[in-house]
Design a protein around this ligand. Structure first.
Ligand code: ADP
Ligand code: MG
Length: 475
């Protein structure tokens, strides 16, 4: 083995990959990885099982190869094999990819908190460059908002000032605000654009009060050209911060600088906000983003799928658009589930399996609509012992930790997951599951299953883990 390509370089390779692929995908596909050898320019990595090897080779061959070459240019190719020694704690050539992800995360978090310094002392929070005014699908209830953003992006400071966008959660306010900021940066390269959230604005304010730099801080705002503040409703009740915003607002406004704001309701209804601030928010134009209608939901779904190079049959897309009516974020979330399902299990989205998946993911409206015809027949031979053993191996924790009573966090999700699968995939009753898990009461089991459902709504990683375990068990 070459002396220079050590586990240290492997760590850099993994961190490089962690930075460049989606977090959920990374967490799903990259677990433990070992360095086996580097011979004739080919580096061989080891993973825990054939399942992971095949998935990595199928999905991430190019990324792993590219990252390896990037870190160590003498490499010309890669190979991945199953390493039977990977669980050996003495083996110094193994790294845990999730730890490397945390490293990357910690670095990124720092950037996230402090943002990018646009003007000396004033930071703009990271703007997602995927948000653009061009990829915002305009529907009848967002037409005005989009047109106003478009006008402001063409002539910041002179069309509508301030621009205030409001609407319910998940309907595209952040997309519009960041999209406008991105377009302004593209069109007017010399302008200094600062995007922040009301929350961050508050944190920055408090920090400057503490360090007694408020005067200077306020002065610095004079040199920015566009100030974007998302979710101003969070300033409710924060009187001093409101005063500060009022001052900054005046400084910028008088200098003809553009101000763009968003809130969850019209300025008038922002109770707990100083009336003078409310009225300033109304000086320019206030526009709302409303619920998208069926056609718009369908167009959004198709455009998001297209952006990810994923094809959805028209009927399936219509089905989703018809049933997922809550908000756009939910539509995106369903799309992510479908893509994950396809990636992990190779199942293309058909009307039946999408309906089934949606009902499993407790999209409320659907559960009633699909009803009994989509219940799967459970003919699996999988026993509860198989299931618990697989969960234990998957998470690398002991069986007794899963069925026991230990309330440590790292055991909770695996335990809830095992219970959930017994209930939902193997049709065990809560009572029977309770008996397996240290004689727990059936309501405790029910609570655990419900808890997991809630976690899955927020944390896609758990959904992925669940799918991986189902794959292993064939349930
Ligand atoms: P809000 O800030 O209003 O809570 P977001 O802007 O975060 O909502 O929107 C949630 C998600 O839905 C984002 O990923 C956004 O890109 C997407 N989205 C919302 N409305 C649209 C739209 N009209 N066209 C395209 N994507 C949209
Ligand atoms: Mg938002």
């Amino acid at each position: 083995m070459s002396k220079q390509f050590s586990v240290h370089e492997l760590k850099s390779v993994i961190q490089y990959i962690a930075k460049n692929i989606r977090k959920q995908d990374f967490l799903t596909y990259f677990k433990k990885i070992s360095l086996i050898k580097l011979e004739n320019g080919i580096v061989t990595y080891g993973v825990i099982s054939g399942f992971y090897r095949d998935n990595l080779l199928k999905k991430y061959y190019e990324e792993i190869k590219g990252a390896s070459i990037e870190i160590f240019p003498e490499i010309t190719g890669i190979d991945i094999i199953v390493d039977t020694d990977i669980e050996n704690s003495e083996n110094k050539n193994v790294i845990d990819c999730h730890n490397e992800m945390k490293e990357v995360g910690a670095k990124k978090k720092k950037e996230d908190i402090y943002g990018v310094e646009v003007v000396d002392g004033i930071n703009s929070r990271l703007i997602n460059d995927r948000y653009h005014l061009d990829n915002f699908i305009v529907g009848p209830f967002t037409q005005l908002a989009h047109a106003a953003c478009d006008a402001v992006s063409r002539r910041p400071g002179s069309s509508y000032n301030p621009l205030y966008v409001y609407g319910n959660v998940g309907l595209g306010k952040t997309h519009l605000l960041q999209g406008t900021a991105n377009v302004i940066k593209e069109k007017h390269k010399n302008l200094k654009v600062v995007y922040t959230t009301a929350d961050r604005f508050l944190t920055d304010y408090v920090a400057n009060v503490k360090s007694r730099t408020l005067d200077k801080y306020r002065d610095k705002y004079r040199s920015i050209d566009v100030l974007v503040i998302d979710d101003v409703q969070f300033l409710a009740g924060k009187e001093q911060t409101q005063t500060e915003l009022y001052n900054i607002f005046n400084i910028l406004y008088e200098a003809g600088k553009q101000i763009i704001l968003s809130g969850d309701r019209p300025p008038k209804e922002l109770t707990n906000l100083e009336p003078r601030l409310q009225s300033r928010f109304e000086w320019g134009i206030t526009v709302d983003v409303g619920d998208p209608d069926f056609e718009t939901r369908l167009a959004i779904l198709q455009s998001k799928a297209q952006a990810r190079e994923f094809i959805i049959d028209q009927k399936v897309a219509e089905f989703i658009a018809e049933h997922v009516t809550t908000n756009v974020r939910e539509i995106e979330w369903v799309l992510n589930q479908i893509i994950a399902e396809y990636d992990l299990r190779g199942t293309p989205p058909t009307l039946e399996n999408v309906a089934l998946r949606l009902s499993k993911l407790s999209v409320k409206t659907l559960t009633q609509t699909i009803g009994s015809q989509t219940r799967v027949s459970r003919t699996s031979n999988c026993s509860y012992e198989d299931l618990i053993r697989t969960v234990s191996e998957h998470f690398g924790i002991e069986i007794k930790a899963i069925i026991g009573e230990d309330r440590r966090k790292e055991n909770m999700i695996p335990r809830q997951l095992a219970m959930y699968l017994l209930k939902n995939r193997l049709d065990y009753t809560y009572e029977r599951i309770g008996n397996i898990f240290s004689q727990r009461n059936h309501t405790a089991v029910m609570y655990s299953c419900k808890k997991l459902e809630q976690v899955m709504k927020k944390d896609q990683q758990v959904v992925y883990e669940l799918n991986l375990i189902r794959d292993k068990l064939g349930i």
